[in-house]
Design a protein around this ligand. Structure first.
Ligand code: AMP
Length: 360
């Protein structure tokens, strides 16, 4: 079976690493000459709107999936005429736009911060009056890793901020005084069977994920699964979906969903029976899902900007390095390491050893 992937970054690369042993071949469509997934499959170097190359991809593969959600809607619609596409065009349409996404949470009874659609500075001023400060202004589309957003704390912060974010459609959200951030990685098969990995506790710095620790018997696991299940069924979703939540007042508020494999699920490669990458491929290919059970304790540390010396990372006990083969650049995710242990105290020590190797 040959899988077409829109996007050829590290997520595509890790999909191919998981699918190759299942006998799958891969083709990646990505305009970047140095797309790092190209080492593991065919690279169609073309823009996402290039219909000739999209047609070529559709002719070559059995199905198409995505490694990022900001794919133009026309690209998905075009491909869908010729080849099965998972997740669906509708799932991508909702997940790539924060307004559609939060409106869906509200319709499904899933708690989420107060929010308002912002099309102008006047809308922003009115929404700040209604929602209050502090609040967070985010572009509706194309924001990631803390880009395209600004925390508004004082009335002075509000002045001119719509233009500062590019005068594009935005969403204003109430600031959530969260005690923690957790994510749930879920997978849903073509026949509707759904499985969930254990909740992951995430630590961000400057909007970029730094550390993910897989939890054991998290008290909010069942609630998170309930909320995620509503979204998966609503979208008749096929594949892996990541759901990010704020922990607040002993409950959960939904932040966002990602219709793809997710950075906070990288620990599943070594830390679970069947990784998020393999389960995504199983789901889209119509194969039986694998077990999402955890194998011991696991944590993932992201390498941003550069990967520390290989020998020092793999010298840490039960530490697994993933070097994405990308050029090092400040603020860029270039690799990660997953540490495993049988107990949490040892795991915390291993995490500290890896973190001590990071310069920035
Ligand atoms: P996002 O791109 O929406 O995932 O936001 C990136 C990070 O900014 C989140 O992981 C949070 O740490 C923080 N953040 C986003 N929205 C809010 C909010 N409404 N209240 C408090 N912090 C937020």
């Amino acid at each position: 079976m040959k899988i077409g992937v829109i996007g050829g970054g590290q997520l595509g690369r890790m999909l191919a690493l998981a699918g190759t042993p299942l006998g799958m071949d891969f083709a990646f469509l990505d305009p970047a000459p140095d797309a790092c997934a190209a080492a593991l499959g065919e690279h169609l170097r073309a823009d996402y709107g290039d219909q000739d190359h999209l047609r070529q991809l559709a002719d070559e593969v059995d199905l198409v999936t995505f490694e990022f959600e900001s794919v133009p809607a026309e690209t998905v619609a075009f491909l869908s005429q010729f080849v099965p596409v998972y997740p669906s065009a509708e799932a991508l349409r909702i997940a790539r736009d924060r307004w559609f996404e939060k409106s869906m949470f509200k319709d499904l009874g899933i708690p989420t911060p107060a929010f308002a659609d912002i099309q102008s500075q006047v809308d922003l001023d009115n929404a700040v009056a209604a929602i209050g400060l502090p609040a967070v202004l985010k572009t509706r589309t194309l924001g990631y890793d803390g880009k395209g957003q600004k925390v508004l704390r004082t009335p002075e912060d509000v002045v001119g901020t719509f233009a500062e974010l590019g005068s594009v459609p935005c969403l204003l959200e109430g600031f959530v005084p969260f005690t923690g951030e957790v994510s749930l990685i879920a997978v849903r098969a073509r026949d509707g069977e759904t499985r969930f990995y254990p909740l992951v506790h995430n630590t961000h710095d400057s909007g970029i994920l730094r550390l993910s620790i897989a939890s054991t018997d998290h008290p909010l696991q069942a609630l998170a699964e309930d909320y995620a299940g509503r979204v998966l069924n609503q979208l008749d979703y096929v594949g892996v979906l990541a759901f990010e939540f704020f922990e607040v007042d002993g409950g959960l508020k939904a932040n966002e969903i990602a219709p793809r494999v997710h950075n906070s699920g990288h620990w599943t490669i070594e830390g679970s029976e069947c990784s998020q990458f393999e389960n995504h491929l199983r789901a889209v290919a119509g194969l039986p899902l694998g077990s999402t059970a955890k194998v011991g304790e696991s944590a993932m540390i992201n390498f941003i900007g550069e990967v520390p010396a290989v020998q020092s990372v793999i010298a840490v006990d039960d530490c697994h390095l993933h070097h994405y083969g990308k050029a090092f650049k400040a603020g860029r995710k270039v690799g990660h390491a997953t540490v495993r242990s049988q107990d949490r105290a040892t795991l915390d020590r291993q995490v500290k050893l890896v973190e001590a190797l990071i310069k920035n």
